[in-house]
Design a binder for this molecule. Structure first.
Ligand SMILES: NC(=O)C1=CN([C@@H]2O[C@H](COP(=O)(O)OP(=O)(O)OC[C@H]3O[C@@H](n4cnc5c(N)ncnc54)[C@H](OP(=O)(O)O)[C@@H]3O)[C@@H](O)[C@H]2O)C=CC1
Ligand SMILES: Nc1c(N[C@@H]2O[C@H](COP(=O)(O)O)[C@@H](O)[C@H]2O)[nH]c(=O)[nH]c1=O
Length: 323
């Protein structure tokens, strides 16, 4: 449940991570779940504590489960380690240690006496291995940007029954309704789309989130078009900007990840044709790769992943706003 809530915020929180916090009573019952909705707004722990206060259950809270180590610094909001220390929480379960120097140290601060809490990292609890894996997958986009200075990069590739990526004449897509919904869920969760000028010229794609509701509070979405010879049509670019995209062009795909990291992009997806995908594949410039192969009326979906994959989380958890 904590993961399902936090997944909904992927695509809205960058440059911050998506984080969830559940507060439980002494019997292990969930009282409230908070998420960090957007950079500059309260963190998940503060949201969960505020909810508990609002509904009058704060005095019953004993345990906090957080997907990421509570922050220990005053950034745009006060330290969450202090907020938890100043609450009735006695035990804090932590999904993943904070990978940033500036925010780390929350676990140590929580344990500090007097008035400290017990702290357990999920990696030390074999029975919670699945939850630990989900917390790592949830953090993977942020972790990628801060540790490698490049976003997590997901490729989505649709193939017809002959293995061709080219849609029938007059169409831009050919996969099933449920595969298209997954594709739009991925668009919703990512901060940027990388495409090739060949796709733009052939399809005039919209690249919008339509099959699931987009974030109401989304920052400007980035669209990078790989185009080495200035073939991007100016009228299409203007239409995309009108639709809320910031459109950038690049003559060097290999320079795109660092450029996106500079702009605070945690997670980018590639929606491009066979020419660009060949370079993406040859250069190893991807972290997970979703292949949707049409076979009659059904699609076979495979996911290749280098590490704990946030795309796996999206496949396994429908957006809670989906009808
Ligand atoms: N089934 C699916 O999942 C998808 C299918 N498609 C289909 O693919 C077709 C288009 O494919 P394609 O023509 O291959 O188009 P691409 O989207 O792969 O774009 C190709 C262009 O990308 C640019 N490019 C390639 N490598 C680099 C690089 N290293 N750095 C910078 N730019 C680079 C080149 O631009 P330049 O010419 O300037 O050198 C090239 O012409 C369409 O029919 C479309 O419908 C598209 C997306 C997804
Ligand atoms: N053909 C194909 C895809 N292709 C991608 O979707 C783009 C069209 O997006 P839009 O204009 O927003 O509907 C197209 O240009 C290409 O990038 N995607 C899929 O999920 N399944 C498919 O079968």
């Amino acid at each position: 449940m904590i993961i399902a809530h936090a997944i909904d915020t992927l695509g809205a929180t960058s440059p911050n991570p998506s984080v969830g916090c559940a507060l439980l009573d002494g019997e292990g019952r969930i009282l409230t779940v908070g998420v960090h909705p957007k950079a500059g707004q309260p963190h998940a722990e503060a949201m969960a504590l505020a909810q508990a206060r609002d509904v009058g259950v704060l005095d019953q809270v004993r345990t906090a489960l957080v997907t990421l180590e509570p922050c220990n610094h005053t950034g745009r909001t006060p330290p969450c380690s202090e907020a938890l220390r100043n609450s009735p929480v006695e035990h804090v379960w932590i999904g993943v240690a904070d990978p940033t120097l500036q925010a780390a140290g929350g676990a140590a601060r929580l344990q500090e006496m007097p008035g400290g809490c017990d702290v357990t990292f999920l990696e030390d609890v074999p029975e919670l291995a699945d939850l630990h894996r989900d917390c790592r997958a949830l953090l993977a986009p942020f972790q990628s940007r801060v540790m490698r200075h490049r976003p997590w990069i997901s490729v989505k590739q649709a193939l017809d029954h002959n293995g061709s990526m080219i849609p029938p004449a007059g169409q831009t897509t050919f996969t099933s309704e449920s595969s298209l919904t997954l594709a739009h869920r991925l668009r919703r969760a990512t901060d940027a789309i990388i495409t090739g000028v060949g796709t733009v010229l052939a399809d005039k794609p919209r690249f919008t989130v339509r099959r699931v509701p987009d974030h109401a509070n989304r920052a400007r979405r980035l669209l990078v078009v790989c185009d080495r010879h200035g073939r991007l049509p100016a009228d299409w670019k203007a239409e995309m900007e009108q639709a809320g995209f910031e459109v950038l062009t690049s003559t060097d795909l290999l320079a795109v990840p660092a450029m996106l990291a500079d702009r605070g992009v945690n997670w980018a997806m590639v929606e491009a044709g066979p020419a660009l995908l060949k370079t993406v594949s040859n250069s190893g410039l991807w972290d997970d790769w979703l292949t949707i192969r049409k076979d009659g009326d059904t699609d076979h979906i495979t996911l290749q992943s280098r590490d704990e994959s946030p795309l796996r989380l999206l496949r396994e958890n429908a957006c809670s706003l989906e009808s």
